[in-house]
Design a binder for this molecule. Structure first.
Ligand code: FES
Length: 284
């Protein structure tokens, strides 16, 4: 069964969102879960994408992705009415949702997309939500309005000071952690390096911290080992054991090393695709 793109729009220079027909996924998905898509056939590259939202009645899911390589660029070039060959999911363990008290939700860059459904569910469960969203600059900040609609407090940071506070997210996170009474939990989703440093901050204050890991994935069934990470010294697979883990137990340095393992090949394939789309007049 293929999956029609019902609408698609650009959120920033390289970030896109689309509503896609996937009735079974829409009914079953829970916050924190993801899908694996392959665009043209079972032979296309398979990439994991978070389910940012779902409408079980319409039978649709909302995906948000950043154009960082060939497949995400191909997806960005697709238009309303086009069809995606395979959408497999929902995959991964759902987020544990309950009323913990006060939760700090920290998002970095495209990490705001997986963070949004989790934040919504935590708010619905009765938690007080303080969100800290960071981006390199104003243009790259996405979903601010969606977070503003559900958060009790929203702090924005940009690396260059073009919007909100000129800081890394770790700065306001530290200040929020110093407050009395202490927050009950922190959820961080973003680039691995950001999650690493946020976890170092929350560890000092002994505040439980959940992270959602965005590793390379191939089969997403726990068999290929592509998504292997080390949690508390033990091997785990993000696709079946995660994607969420106790951030204080993740070996981020190993994860970053593994994420960079295919960078050169990924870049080469992406450059070839960019040349191809330029030739056929897709480049804008
Ligand atoms: S993607 Fe293959 S084991 Fe997780």
């Amino acid at each position: 069964m293929s999956h029609k793109i019902l609408s698609k729009r650009r959120l920033s220079e390289d970030v896109f969102t689309a509503e896609i027909e996937a009735p079974l996924v829409a009914q079953a998905r829970k916050p924190g879960q993801f899908v694996i898509i392959s665009i043209n056939s079972e032979y296309s590259e398979r990439i994991p994408l978070t389910i940012a939202d779902a409408d079980p009645e319409r039978g649709t899911i909302r995906l948000i992705w950043q154009r960082v390589g060939k497949t995400t660029a191909e997806l960005a070039d697709m238009q309303q009415g086009d069809e995606i060959a395979n959408v497999t999911g929902p995959l991964g363990k759902p987020t544990h949702i309950e009323n913990f008290g006060t939760i700090v939700c920290v998002g970095g860059g495209i990490g705001n997309a997986p963070l949004l459904p989790i934040t919504k569910a935590l708010k619905k469960a009765g938690n007080k939500i303080i969100s800290i969203l960071g981006a390199r600059n104003k243009e790259l900040l996405v979903l601010e309005d969606d977070f503003a609609a559900i958060c009790d407090e929203l702090i924005i940071t940009t690396d260059d000071g073009s919007y909100g506070r000129k800081a890394l997210v770790t700065e306001p996170l530290k200040e929020v952690c110093q407050r009395d009474p202490k927050s009950d939990q922190v959820v961080v989703i973003g680039p691995a390096i950001m999650m690493k440093f946020c976890c170092e901050v929350t560890k000092q204050f002994n505040i439980p911290t959940q992270v959602s890991l965005n590793t390379i994935m191939v089969d997403a069934t726990g068999m290929c080992g592509g998504c292997r990470v080390e949690i508390d010294g033990k091997a785990k697979f993000v696709c079946v054991d995660g994607p969420e883990f106790d951030g204080h137990k993740v070996d981020f340095d190993l994860m970053i090393k593994r994420l960079n393992a295919y960078k050169d090949q990924e870049q080469q394939v992406y450059e070839q695709y960019k040349k191809h789309r330029c030739k056929i007049g897709l480049d804008k």
